[in-house]
Design a protein around this ligand. Structure first.
Ligand SMILES: [Zn+2]
Length: 305
């Protein structure tokens, strides 16, 4: 009998050790994108009224999800003073779910976009209301399935003005930088007619590759690896979004996003143009990867352990 039990345990263990298949709520994902990409948010440019409205919405979502703030607020204010722009007060929104360990995974998505130009509102539904919606879906998943690692969810400002929110986060991190084992950044998750979501970063951090390859395809979306080799020139996405600031500091990252499409940085990047089948499945792939990493990060060498 004892032998039998042992055998049953051995059989069951690998199953339990696998990531549970996440089921992000499609209706919630689509609603979040629709709200953030509404004309009333005026394109969410850093420092504008529309950006502030997006903040208000996200603060409410963070609260409702039960994310914990560091100190007494989710807000991290910072100044943008660059060649491209001056913004007196830009704002990252940062919440977390405590794990059993003080080692940290940082999930990021920028909520700002480029605002209005020549009377057109650039709603940025794909770029990057979609990434923020998926960040909220990941937070919802891990409130129901408590993680081993502490997971920080950071909706970042100022990406469109030069990855400024990620820089501010890392200049004044809410936890010691040495505790951050991984950044998972999402930027443009909702438009692709081939069902392809790219995971970029394994070229620099090959220890992550086996885990990315383990993420199973969903009905409407599957993961491809690439867009991270400097030899690819403009198709190398290493410097294209907030993950670059983590990479600069030697923190392993994976960036999830789609290839450019006709609505990229156009006034037509509207809610109506996102793909309502692909998007929830793309978000699910990212959450599956986060589950895998939460279970396996401790096995990785050097910093990513
Ligand atoms: Zn973007």
């Amino acid at each position: 009998m004892k032998k039998l039990l042992t055998f049953a345990f051995i059989l069951a263990t690998p199953v339990l050790g696998l990531a549970q298949k996440s089921k992000p709520d499609a209706a919630t994902l689509l609603r979040d994108v629709k709200v953030l990409a509404a004309d009333s948010m005026q394109g969410r440019l850093s420092g504008t009224e529309g950006n502030l409205m997006a903040q208000e919405y996200l603060l409410k979502r963070f609260q409702d999800l039960g994310l914990k703030p560091f100190g007494d607020t989710y807000k991290q204010h910072f100044r943008i003073d660059s060649r491209r722009a001056q913004v007196e007060q830009a704002t990252n929104l940062i919440g977390y779910i405590p794990g059993k360990s003080d080692k940290v995974i940082v999930v990021t998505a920028h909520y700002d976009h480029v605002g209005q130009r020549n009377g057109d509102i650039y709603n940025g539904a794909d770029d990057n209301a979609s990434g923020v919606g998926a960040l909220l879906a990941a937070a919802a998943h891990f409130t129901k399935h408590p993680p081993k690692h502490t997971i920080i969810f950071a909706a970042l400002d100022g990406e469109e003005l030069g990855l400024q929110g990620a820089k501010a986060f890392l200049d004044n991190p809410p936890v010691p930088l040495a505790n951050i084992l991984l950044n998972v950044n999402m930027d443009m998750l909702s438009i692709n007619n081939k069902g392809e979501l790219y995971a970029s970063g394994a070229y620099h951090y090959p220890q992550l590759k086996p885990y990315l390859q383990k993420v199973k395809p969903r009905k409407h979306a599957r993961l491809l690896l690439g867009h991270d080799n400097p030899a690819q020139g403009r198709d190398d996405w290493t410097g294209q979004s907030d993950h670059f600031r983590f990479h600069e500091r030697g923190i392993p990252y994976v960036y999830f996003g789609v290839e450019d499409h006709p609505h990229y940085h156009k006034p037509s990047d509207d809610y109506e143009n996102i793909n309502p089948n692909f998007y929830p499945d793309a978000a699910a792939l990212v959450i599956d990867f986060l589950e895998l990493m939460d279970n396996h990060l401790h096995r990785l060498p050097a910093r990513a352990q």
